[in-house]
Design a protein around this ligand. Structure first.
Ligand code: FPP
Length: 250
């Protein structure tokens, strides 16, 4: 096997497998509209897909799965769609909590909780606590999450530490800033998948995905299966990742 000269692979990136996969679960609305049904039905169908994908992770060597459930920009949707999504998140946590716990899934949430309903935040906190001893799969749900918002919040906290005299400007480097990100305990994603045919990243894990591989697929999220997930993850192993370095002769 060829060796690479790069020595600065992002923290946690596996030598060939996708240890951390992040997914932009897009296409719920179109899936429902194609069936002449309300968009919210597509979100409900989308929520039902999550369990199968989480369950597929251990056999594929995927230890970390991060899913984009609601962005800082999604508040621009109609009031009824936003309310429907918030209610879906509450019901999802209530319905799935015990099952996630029993299946050894550790759940974390990233994003700004300030704008979320306190009852939802309580459910999120409880689920994080309930599953905090699990280690089979680490599922991170991005809820009211935006990459720019996350980096801005991190910069603000870093500035506060400097103001308090606990850090100085000389301490500011990429590693220090990353310690203030919501994802500070997670490795960077190796692979980012977006469903539904759109080829954009929509403010998802901007900092963390600097060296991620991207896979844009046409399948709408409610039609995404463990089989397709497995094909993509297995295909990832064949990619040549150099992190800005060059490939050395074998
Ligand atoms: C994008 O599809 C999807 C969302 C904004 C919501 C994602 C939510 C889920 C998959 C279900 C709930 C998740 C959890 C964690 C319970 P879209 O509505 O933009 O689709 P469109 O592009 O076809 O309109």
């Amino acid at each position: 096997m060829a060796l690479t000269t790069m020595t600065d692979a992002p923290k946690g990136a596996g030598p060939s497998g996708a240890r951390h996969v992040a997914i932009i679960m897009d296409g719920n609305g179109r899936w429902a509209q194609m069936r002449g049904r309300p968009r919210l039905l597509g979100h409900h169908a989308g929520a039902k897909r999550i369990r199968e994908i989480v369950e597929a992770c251990p056999d594929l060597g995927v230890k970390y799965l991060t899913i984009f459930a609601f962005s800082t920009e999604n508040w621009k949707r109609t009031q009824s769609e936003v309310a429907g999504l918030m209610s879906l998140f509450r019901r999802y946590i209530q319905r799935e909590a015990q099952d996630l716990f029993r299946r050894g899934v550790r759940v974390r949430f990233i994003g700004d909780r300030i704008k979320l309903d306190p009852k939802l935040v309580q459910l999120m906190d409880d689920l994080e606590l309930l599953t905090s001893g699990n280690d089979r799969v680490h599922l991170t749900i991005a809820l009211n999450y935006g990459g720019r918002d996350e980096v801005t919040r991190a910069a603000k906290r870093l500035a506060y530490e400097i103001e308090m005299g606990r850090l100085t400007h000389k301490d500011v480097d990429a590693e220090t800033l990353a310690r203030f990100l919501d994802t500070h305990v997670l490795p960077d994603p190796d692979l980012v998948i977006r469903t539904s045919g759109e080829a954009r990243i929509s403010n998802f894990l901007l900092w963390q995905s600097a060296y991620a591989e991207y896979e844009f697929i046409d399948t709408l999220w409610p039609d995404f299966t463990a089989g397709e997930f497995a094909r993509i993850v297995q295909g990832f192993a064949a990619r040549d990742r150099r992190y800005g370095g060059v490939k050395a002769k074998a």
